[in-house]
Write a protein of this length. Structure first.
Length: 178
């Protein structure tokens, strides 16, 4: 069924709004997924503050251009394409889609837009493989604590040894005095 000019204008307005709010956009193939699988992916993305949007590539390019974002080349987006938009954390959408693609090979990354730059397919996959913000913060906190723990252990070690030696000497003196 052909899409009317008014419907295209409505879709374009919606896409501009979504592209403007998104912190990252990943383009991916999705053909071959069942309706249930697509619904599952949409739910997982929605729960994490992201979404998948399917629209004509021409409308996606116009929305991207109008929002001052770089425009993906036609050759980089062959076939039907879905845009995975992340709103809160720029990594959530790509990470969820990448994890989903391990179980459903129909989903494959084509590229994306992040921080005003075009991402290649490999860049988009690398973005999806990055650890989340919480994991990075936990790793950083562990790195900060490690030297402090080592220092506390080193400081405590001679004192513990000294206390044990003193205790043993005291025991020896009490046993020799009796």
């Amino acid at each position: 069924m052909a899409v009317t000019r008014d419907q295209k204008a409505t879709q374009l307005t919606e896409l501009k709004d979504k592209f403007g709010k998104a912190s990252s956009v990943i383009f991916a193939h999705y053909i071959g997924l069942t309706v249930g699988q697509v619904s599952d992916l949409r739910k997982k993305l929605r729960d994490a503050g992201a979404e998948v949007k399917v629209a004509k590539k021409t409308l996606m390019r116009i929305a991207s251009k109008d929002k001052g974002l770089p425009v993906m080349e036609d050759s980089a987006l062959p076939g039907p394409v879905a845009a995975i938009l992340s709103y809160k954390d720029p990594l959530t959408g790509p990470q969820i889609a990448f994890k989903f693609s391990k179980e459903h090979p129909q989903v494959s990354f084509l590229g994306g837009i992040f921080e005003g730059k075009i991402l290649s397919k490999l860049d988009a996959i690398a973005l999806a493989k990055m650890p989340s913000r919480q994991i990075l913060l936990a790793t950083f906190a562990g790195m900060l604590q490690s030297p402090l723990r080592s220092f506390a252990s080193i400081i405590n070690s001679p004192l513990t040894g000294f206390a044990r030696a003193t205790s043993e000497l005291a025991k020896k003196k009490t046993s020799s005095a009796s």
